[in-house]
Design a protein around this ligand. Sequence first.
Ligand SMILES: [Zn+2]
Length: 272
Amino acid sequence: MIALSCPVRGCGQPLAREERTLRCKAGHAHDVSKHGHVNLLQPQDKRSTDPGDRKDAVLARRRTAERGLTRDLIRRLGDVVAPHLDPEDALVDVGAGDGFILDALQTRLGCEAWGVDLSREAVELAARSYPRLGWIVANGDRRLPFPDGAFKAVLSVTGPKNAAEYARLLAPGGVLAVAVSGPDDQAELLERVLGSARRDERDRRIRELFEGHFTWRETLEVTGGYELGRDALRDLLDGAYRGVRHAARQRFEGIESLRVTLSHRIVVFEPR
Ligand SMILES: [Zn+2]
């Protein structure tokens, strides 16, 4: 098992477990919750304007995953990381949300698995749902509470894009997979409720952002068309586009069902 690093600024010593507490040699103590997750968010890591996803968005995303709408993405992510992971190796998902994807991958791969998210609600749901995995509340845009080279696979699925930190965490022979929305993701739905669909090519920006720290290997496309009813469509909106929810909601009222494209790009990197 990976020993977590103390997140107190300037400390970084290994944390040892004593019943419901994680403690470093300097005496910094961090409580383990009753669900088994640990909140290692430090005062300097909090962003008062954005404490992470709210509970309704977290639950909407969970329902979307339970409908099987992330199944292809999970399968392709598993294909990418599997050759790099033996059962004694470890995998981390930064921005793991409610943990559905990480749980599915761990079930397939059998390795040690850690999920990190800034949202307390998301991590608590993950820890209650999948107690055999490790769950941490921390800010993925800052230093993460793991030692150097702890992981053979690092995932960011529409999560933080912290290239320098992922390079620190990734062991030689490991793999980094960064998944982002494709340019046509939810295009039909966004066109109906927003009047226009996003068309930016995020995967290109990801390559630019990460190539200073990693060697790009390949970019995979995961795209499918799905006939979705109102509940499924509402969960897509609530899970992804909280900022426009009010305006979107009125246009959404007229839609009973819609064929929607769901699309991701998985940008795969290896350590330099
Ligand atoms: Zn400490």
